[in-house]
Design a binder for this molecule. Structure first.
Ligand code: UDP
Ligand code: MG
Length: 168
């Protein structure tokens, strides 16, 4: 089996329900290693890019509000990169089906997800579903410096006049 990377996101409902510890414990059953982890305040731009494959769905706007934390009034998600043999499949197995009602009750989504009255699947976690998606998603959410190890090729660029913030 090939070494893979996969992006996991503890979505706003996972955070607000205090499920982070539980989710990380469940994922540790895989014996994969965490090579990246950070809290992210999801911008509309990031949300739209992450879910661009669903942009024509009737629930798209609600999905954006959900991942941005508007629905749960907690504007952050926990983004993680896991690495190891068959990482994508192993994580998806524990995470369960997209639809929490179809997900195995022992899976994370089956145990903790719900379907809202407007039909959005609040399914607690995101997990990449193919090596192509994983690469695209990890590059979208993480910079090369934020993951431990050289997982994808990088190039050097010289930045000039970049405005940023430092502690005062
Ligand atoms: N989603 C939804 N209704 C659907 C399909 C998807 O609310 O009929 C939401 C759900 O939160 C899901 C996300 O959109 O996790 C991304 O959908 P995708 O088909 O990529 O499923 P996933 O890869 O997350 O299992
Ligand atoms: Mg998906």
């Amino acid at each position: 089996m090939a070494t893979e990377q996969t992006l996991i996101i503890v979505k706003p409902d996972g955070l607000i329900k205090s499920l982070t510890g539980n989710i990380l414990s469940r994922l540790s059953e895989t014996k994969l290693v965490i090579i990246g982890a950070k809290l992210v305040r999801v911008s509309e731009e990031l949300a739209k890019e992450h879910y661009k494959h669903l942009k024509d769905k009737p629930f798209f706007d609600e999905l954006l509000h959900y991942i941005m934390g508007d629905v749960h009034n907690t504007h952050r998600v926990l983004a993680l990169v896991y690495q190891g043999e068959g990482a994508i499949g192993k994580v998806r197995e524990i995470v369960g089906d997209t639809n929490p009602e179809k997900a195995h009750p022992v899976s994370i989504r089956g145990a903790y997800g719900r379907i809202t009255t407007s039909g959005v699947f609040e399914n607690v976690v995101h997990a990449s579903s193919s090596p192509e998606d994983a690469e695209q998603e990890i590059k979208l959410w993480f910079s090369p410096f934020e993951v431990v190890g050289d997982i994808y090729p990088t190039r050097d660029v010289v930045l000039e006049k970049v405005k940023t913030k430092v502690w005062a």
